[in-house]
Design a protein around this ligand. Structure first.
Ligand code: GLC
Length: 553
């Protein structure tokens, strides 16, 4: 009996219902004081995360990297970049998180490496046709002298997807493929040597004790054979194709890689998990990433991209539960991450300002901060009542808006450079966190240095200020996470209810959840006892841009 109790019942694995908090290490907490966050900084703030009430953390990349794409350009997959600390700092952080019952997921970047990776440097030296070049996607150019790129693909960050190299003898040579920046050459995943290398990298981190991996660009690793030309539709508002049949997204062969990795993780105890970053046009396609023998989770980006509209939101939740349910996987839910405009700003965007451009000093008609924050709190209160696993992005628990006034000279996102400033990119959601209103750099460190400037008004969002205010966004998050846990909202199912065309409404057990996405208050009726309100109000009329959890007598 005792033995049986130690074995998790099928379907009760932690990741099915967990709240997972994304840490963007550069911007979380900076123990060294150099202006860039680090692993000892994370360790020093784990009590705050315990206090918040999350089940796990996911760390964006902290491995050795020249930081051309903020660490998503890895030069050594088995070491920590000195900017962030050492492997010993990682082990300490992991042990301290585990001591507090917090699981740890690390980011794995298998689609591409940095151009400083030893394999790529060897490939440059070795020349056409070599074993070293076969680890990446090198091709001869088109045109009489190979002066044209091998096909017409365009980089996600702007510009072409190919870069021409100079061969060892000084002549213009082959081209290599890079879906992202030119400093991020794509691996060739048809090559068994690449596959074996990544099995070994997985084991390296699993042996250290990580609970899983967030898999970067999980939809891009295999390209259609023959690399046929493809003219994309204008697609600035997501990190992947809006269309089906894009020759570099969502290829069938990618699934065999995940089946292979699933088997590697299954060799370890403790329900280790893979979560795929797969930007795909439909939920039906996204669900293929989480069939029982593949990844355990995948981000629900169609949900993230849904505008603040009752019908659209209700439909996408229904569809998510339906499509993920078909393959026996939990849905995940996510509203913000390091690639999109923070949802406290995004949910107040208008049609003139599509989210993919980013928001900067010259953007006209900037979103209204108060409307954005009210919607963000309401949206999160709805999300945290849904069955499945939810991802939070650092700073959203403070209600942080997008930083919209970053001066050009501070910008670092390659998107900004590759589009010559046409797209602001993602720096606005990556600004270092405010911890203490009165401290240098708002307590991000002790020196006041900050790799991106923090807006002065962020003093009012500082964690110490919000911790002392029962009406703050931080207090709301703590209340929501505690109630979600107490009610077991992460598992089980929901019953849809009707609260009119401007509402999303459902019931979890005896708790009713209603969000008002319309323009008029919604009367909830007699006998209502509130458990939680996304913003304060009197009486039983649910204000616009508000969510409530309540019982009825
Ligand atoms: C993913 C990451 C993003 C990065 C890109 C290239 O989409 O989330 O930040 O720029 O991959 O690695």
């Amino acid at each position: 009996m005792a033995q049986l109790e130690q074995i998790a019942a099928p379907g009760s694995e932690w990741w099915r219902s967990a709240v997972i908090y994304q840490i963007y290490p550069r911007s979380f907490a900076d123990a060294s004081g150099d202006g860039i966050g680090d692993l000892p900084g994370i360790t020093s703030r784990l009590d705050d995360l315990k206090d918040l009430g999350v089940d796990a953390i996911w760390l964006s990349p902290f491995m050795t990297s020249p930081q051309r794409d903020a660490g998503y350009d890895v030069a050594d997959y088995r070491d920590v970049d000195p900017l962030f600390g050492t492997l010993a700092d990682f082990d300490e952080m992991l042990a301290q998180a585990h001591n507090r019952g917090i699981r740890v997921i690390v980011d794995l970047v298998p689609n591409h490496s940095s151009d400083q990776h030893v394999w790529f440097q060897e490939a440059l030296k070795a020349g056409p046709g070599s074993r070293e070049r076969a680890r990446y996607v090198f091709r001869d150019g088109r045109g009489e002298n190979g002066e044209l790129p091998p096909n017409n693909w365009e980089s996600v960050f702007g510009g072409g997807m190919w870069e021409r190299v100079t061969e060892a003898d000084g002549t213009p040579g082959q081209w290599y493929l890079h879906i992202f920046d030119a400093t991020q050459p794509d691996f060739d995943w048809t090559n068994e040597e690449v596959r074996e290398e990544f099995r070994s990298i997985l084991r390296f981190w699993l042996d250290r004790g990580v609970d899983g991996f967030r898999v970067d660009v999980a939809h891009g690793m295999v390209k259609e054979a023959g690399l046929p030309d493809y003219a994309p539709v204008a697609d600035a508002d997501s990190m992947g194709g809006r269309e089906d049949n894009v020759p570099y997204w969502g290829q069938e062969e990618v699934h065999e890689i995940y089946r292979d990795w699933h088997r590697v993780l299954a060799e370890y105890d403790g329900d280790r998990a893979l979560c795929g970053e797969a930007w795909l046009p439909t939920l039906a396609k996204t669900a293929l990433w989480v069939r029982p023998d593949e990844m355990h989770q995948t981000f629900n980006f169609p949900y993230l991209m849904t505008p603040w509209d009752a019908k659209a939101l209700g439909d996408i939740i229904r569809e998510s539960l339906d499509e993920f349910g078909k393959v026996g996987a939990p849905s995940t839910w996510v509203l913000s991450n390091h690639d999109v405009v923070r949802h406290a700003t995004r949910l107040a965007l208008t049609a003139e300002n599509p989210q993919g451009e980013g928001i900067g000093p010259l953007t006209p008609n900037k979103p209204d901060a108060a409307i954005g924050l009210a919607r963000a709190r309401a949206a999160t209160a709805l999300m945290l009542a849904l069955p499945g696993s939810s991802y939070l992005y650092q700073g959203e628990e403070l209600g942080l808006p997008e930083a919209m006034e970053i001066p050009d000279e501070f910008r670092q996102d390659p998107t900004w450079f590759r589009t010559n400033g046409k797209r602001y990119g993602r720096d606005g959601c990556r600004v270092p966190l405010p911890w203490e209103a009165e401290a240098p750099a708002f307590g991000f460190n002790h020196t006041g240095a900050s790799w991106l400037p923090q807006p002065a008004e962020w003093a009012t969002y500082a964690r110490d200020v919000e911790a002392a205010d029962p009406a703050s966004t931080l207090s709301l998050y703590k209340q929501m996470l505690a109630a979600r846990r107490a009610h077991g909202f992460g598992s089980g199912s929901l019953v849809w209810e009707d609260a009119g065309p401007d509402a999303v409404a459902f019931r979890r057990g005896d708790i009713h959840v209603v969000s008002n996405l319309g323009t008029e208050p919604i009367e909830l009726g007699e006998g209502v006892t509130f458990e939680l309100k996304s913003q304060p109000f009197e009486g039983t009329a649910l204000p616009v841009d508000t969510t409530a959890w309540f019982r009825r007598s």
